[in-house]
Design a protein around this ligand. Structure first.
Ligand code: PAF
Length: 289
């Protein structure tokens, strides 16, 4: 039977009873098939699985959707129990961040690229909460989705820099049948906007096709992708990036592994997606902690 812990103390009491290896899936709830695929992966690879449900306030800017972020705890619990999770950790913001909280995990470079140019405080919030959660949950492996590729690279860097004994596992992006990547934010799209959603995947397919035809000029590929997205009247490009996967610096010639990533606004909703070149390459190399 799945158990829900709502305080750090409650969780720690349960933690000591859990067998190793322990897999951990951090989430902000409102779960979709992408999250559940990560839970299945953890259940397959570990003796126990912990999932956190916590809408982390520090990764939202004051202008963002914290208050309206979709929540549905009952449905989340049902899905997690069916997927085989053993413990759900669902703390309160007041406990995770006491009034006088002043300790942050800040990365110098990776967090300033891509999403960081538009959401400058986002990754400080993500890295801090994931660091807190790693200390509380003490997992052997942690599971993150490739859809948030920059988040994966940031956490990978943090694990290495701070010597966490945690193996980072990356789950493939799970998509709707028309190619739109699953995201809790897809629920914000009106029916008309939803029809425009697959333009993100189409532009990534185009990048892969061009690369497979031998195109290595990153600027040409960025331009073709931008042109394709702009043909969709409801879509507005925030960025189209082709960057080195180690530094997230933009590259001119695609002569190494590259992350193709895009952020597109459809109406008021901001969607992100990505692909790796060469197609099929993993985002990060698998290694033991
Ligand atoms: O990917 C998410 O849902 C969040 O950024 C995470 C990793 C749970 C941290 O709040």
């Amino acid at each position: 039977m799945m158990i829900v812990a709502r305080t750090i103390d409650e969780f720690r009491k349960l933690r000591s009873e859990l067998p190793s290896p322990l897999g951990f899936v951090p989430t902000m709830g409102f779960l979709h098939e992408g999250h559940i695929a990560l839970v299945h992966q953890s259940v397959d690879e570990n003796k126990a699985t912990v999932v956190s449900l916590f809408v982390n306030p520090t990764q939202f800017a004051p202008t963002e959707d914290l208050a309206n972020y979709p929540r549905n705890e009952e449905s989340d619990f049902r899905l997690l129990e069916a997927a085989g999770a053993n413990v759900v950790f669902a703390p309160q913001a007041e406990e995770m961040y006491a009034d006088n909280h002043e300790t942050w995990v800040v990365l110098d470079h990776l967090t300033r690229r891509l999403e960081g140019t538009i959401r400058p405080t986002h990754f400080q919030g993500v890295a801090t909460v994931v660091s807190q959660l790693f200390h509380i949950v003490e997992p052997q492996s942690a599971y993150f989705g490739q859809k948030d590729a920059q988040q994966v690279l940031v956490i990978d860097r943090m694990i290495r820099d701070l010597h966490y004994p945690v193996l980072l596992r990356v789950g493939e992006t799970v998509r709707e049948p028309d190619g739109l990547a699953m995201s809790s934010r897809n629920t914000y799209l009106s029916p008309e906007e939803r029809l425009a959603g697959p333009v993100l995947r189409r532009s990534l397919d185009l990048a892969e096709e061009l690369w497979l035809e031998g195109e290595r000029d990153a600027e040409r590929i960025r331009k073709e992708m931008t042109d394709l997205i702009e043909q969709e009247p409801l879509a507005r490009v925030d960025y189209v990036s082709i960057a080195d996967t180690r530094t997230l610096d933009e590259i001119h010639v695609i002569d190494r592994k590259a992350l193709v990533s895009i952020a597109v606004r459809i109406g008021k909703t901001r969607l992100i997606d990505n692909a790796i070149l060469p197609p099929g390459e993993p985002l990060i190399a698998r290694r033991q902690p």
